[in-house]
Write a protein that binds this ligand. Sequence first.
Ligand SMILES: O=CC(=O)O
Length: 549
Amino acid sequence: MLFSPPRTLQTSGQSLADTRGSDTTQLSCCLLELGQQQNPSDTQSMGNIELRTSRQLLFTFSAMLYRTSSIFIHVGSQSCPKRMTTTRSSSDRMAWSTCHPLCKCGSMYDILAAGWRACGTTGMMALELTASPLPRPSRGAGGHRAPAPRPPPSPPSPPRPEPSAPRGRPSLTDRSSGGAGGNRKGGHGGRSASGTARGGAAAIPRGSRACPGLPRPRSQVMAEGELPAVLILDIGGTHGVLEDLAALLKKHFQLITMKEFLANKEEMSKKIQSVFVFECRPTINRELLESLPNLKVIGNSGVGVDHLDLKMISSFGVKVTNTPHAVADPTADIGMALMLASARRLVEGCQIAVSPDTRSFAVDWLGVEVTGATLGIIGMGSIGYKVAQRARAFNMRILYHNRNRRRKEEEEAVGAHYCAKMKDLLQQSDFVMLVVNLTPETHKLIGKKELGLMKPTATLINISRGAVVDQDALVEALQNKVIRAAALDVTYPEPLPRDHPLLNLNNVIITPHIGTATVQAICMMAEEAIANMLAVLNGRPIPSEVFPK
Ligand SMILES: O=CC(=O)O
């Protein structure tokens, strides 16, 4: 049963590496469309995506889409490229998804790449994605539809903690490696920022929509053939959207900068249907919302939405989306980097090594070891979990505290032990890492009392939001050696006033909120935000919607 006409993504003469990003976006769009076509009124839906070369059929992707925004994908009988996700599926079928909670291996790119490699395909070949609906599904466990004849595993009913992650500070300096697309090796997937992969033929012709076959958002505010309008603060400059990202947005949207909007409010206000929030800008306030009568969606680049008043936005009938998938790996990486740097006093060590005053290296200048130590993770969402995966490779004993306990298999996969009481985690951990969202409940979660529970040899690492820690209490604890050290990617405010006491302590490392400040991450965040905004505008299932509490 094929769609008529089948959606085809054709990339001639490109290696897979050249098609990254475009494939990812297209694949997800195809899946979403299939979901809609197959089962428009239900919460779950599914479809097949075939990956072909001009010579052979490589893969069939079976996908189930859930309103929870999980996309579960089967890839024939291939195993997960990173062997990180085993699901409840039978042994000859592995499944993994692009997102929390089952996603342990990252992105669709991993899946495509795995398929590519598994078929022994190398070099330049034509690649084709064809979308078709699955055979009529039967009801799976829990009411989820399962594709016949062999259904993918039913999704668990997992806790869905959404950890916060630092805002990514964009830096697209490495243009030599493919500009915004960069060269992300393996892992989380290096999605090219644009469908026009550098040097290669575009998977999507310039100026056309990312998803062939996807209807454009229907709206009275758009003339025939017009792209939907998105408001951004600016392009370039100190706070504007990076130019590479703007180019990516332009493939799908007509960009309107704040300046253009203010200069021609009457016309622009009617056109704007979406706002792309990059680095917390533009500020979304009541005044702006009142002046945008056709606004449908605010696509936040990044996972943390504490800068958005969700209730107020929702009262205008506007949806908010975020980008949890793009941020998870780089943020977990920065958590590990801070833990290692603090334990081994890396920053101090560098200073000693390069100081003009250094004559010899002191033998009693010592750090502590991460390997074999106990790590307490507070907030075990997708970022926290990825920290645990990494910590496992350091032979760490892993404790975690979370609103909801993870499934047993998930705990076992990383060797994590649940602490129902945060107190127990604080008392036992050598390193305590904060990976929670900033909410009224987590505001100043770690204060004097909590710091007092920690070991005097322990280190606090914060990769969530500054306000999760009572900073005055932290200063006091560090000055009085209540704890050994702190490593902070986030503070309150950012940056700290230059005379802030935290800046003068030698047992603190502070980085400038760089959890997602990688070439790859900001592109992936933009891609994710675009997919979200298009989904809203097209009236399709939204991959990552954030709801007001
Ligand atoms: O801070 C980063 C994010 O919220 O993604």
